[in-house]
Write a protein that binds this ligand. Structure first.
Ligand code: SF4
Ligand code: SF4
Length: 320
């Protein structure tokens, strides 16, 4: 039986909504099949007021074991580093996080806000938000770069805005069943099993990407969204086209560009006007290349691909 506590800082609850929709395994499976004891969760917890404070104090004092501490949302430090804008159970949430992280065997950050700050930490960041162990691309964050949980691991980052339901429950199960040692983490502490391939891996528009045929409107059933609509699929590490959403589809399959939500810089360009859903170009060449591609090679390939593009690439080939 592994005790799990889930708290929420500066957040929209999107990751909670995602978690509650998990299917493989579901939130119920965590309890019935994998022996996880959910001590408290913002949407499921029963304790209130003094009872909740008592339970939290039992955890921070070590009377009650904390096996997995899940955090959703940013650490809110405003105003002036006090954290008073986000009080919880009688004190700033940041103080609870500090104390709970010291006693937790594993700490799992769910979603962009908890991993690297996400939208709340975007300039001018009025809530003085940080992620648990990163602020955007810089390692450190609230707990500091040297932080290790009692089991000796850094914060396990499961990013996304929100994270896919099954990324959340599968990582929680791996930790709860003693397989945390099998979790290889990348430089941003993301489990490699989910975050090594790209959003583009498995995208149904790859043929259009190869022939440089562009989609020019959302939902269009032909064309690739990279050339005009700002799709970040070729440079975003996510399994969104391998582990489908609602077991059915993905943004890019439905004709919506990937916004790169599993990367530390999300939201890109700090959401400046004209940068969202618009490929940034210089003289017609995208400013940001697909991962590992250089500009000269890209230009040569574009000329050849356009010349070789077959007629069907311009047609709607998806028959419903
Ligand atoms: S729509 Fe996006 S993910 Fe799909 S092939 Fe084009 S660039 Fe890649
Ligand atoms: S397709 Fe891109 S923006 Fe959408 S959830 Fe996946 S990584 Fe995030």
């Amino acid at each position: 039986m592994a005790n799990l506590l889930w708290l929420q800082g500066g957040a929209c609850s999107g990751n909670t909504m995602s978690f509650l929709n998990a299917e493989e395994p579901s939130a119920c499976d965590l309890v019935t099949d994998f022996g996880i004891n959910v001590l408290w969760h913002p949407s499921l917890g029963l304790e209130l007021g003094e009872n909740l404070q008592k339970m939290l104090r039992a955890l921070t004092s070590g009377q009650l074991a904390l096996d997995i501490f899940v955090f959703e949302g940013t650490i809110v430090n405003a105003p002036n580093g006090t954290g008073e804008w986000n009080r919880f159970a009688g004190r700033p949430m940041r103080d609870w996080v500090q104390d709970l992280s010291k006693v937790a065997n594993f700490v799992v950050a769910i979603g962009d806000c908890a991993t690297w700050g996400g939208i709340p930490a975007t300039a001018p960041n009025p809530s003085e938000s940080q992620g648990l162990q990163f602020l955007k691309r810089s390692q450190g964050g609230f707990l500091g770069k040297d932080y290790r949980s009692r089991a000796g691991l850094p914060v396990i980052n499961v990013p996304g805005c929100p994270a896919h339901p099954d990324w959340i429950t599968q990582i929680v199960v791996a930790v709860a069943t003693g397989r945390a040692g099998d979790l290889a983490l990348d430089e941003f502490q993301r489990p490699k099993t989910f975050f090594t391939s790209f959003t583009q891996t498995g995208c149904t528009r790859n043929m259009h990407f190869a022939y440089k045929v562009s989609a020019t409107e959302f939902g269009q059933r032909k064309g690739c969204l990279f050339y005009d609509l700002g799709c970040r699929g070729p440079m975003t590490h996510s399994p969104c086209n391998r582990i489908l959403w609602n077991r059915q589809s993905s943004k890019t399959r439905a004709g919506m560009p990937c916004m790169g939500c599993t990367e530390p810089e999300f939201p890109f360009f700090d959401l400046a006007p004209g940068t969202v859903f618009k490929t940034q170009t210089v003289m017609g060449v995208p400013k940001e290349m697909p991962a590992g591609v250089d500009k000269t090679g890209y230009v040569k390939l574009t000329v050849a691909a356009k010349a070789a593009s077959p007629q069907w690439a311009e047609e709607d080939i998806f028959v419903v």
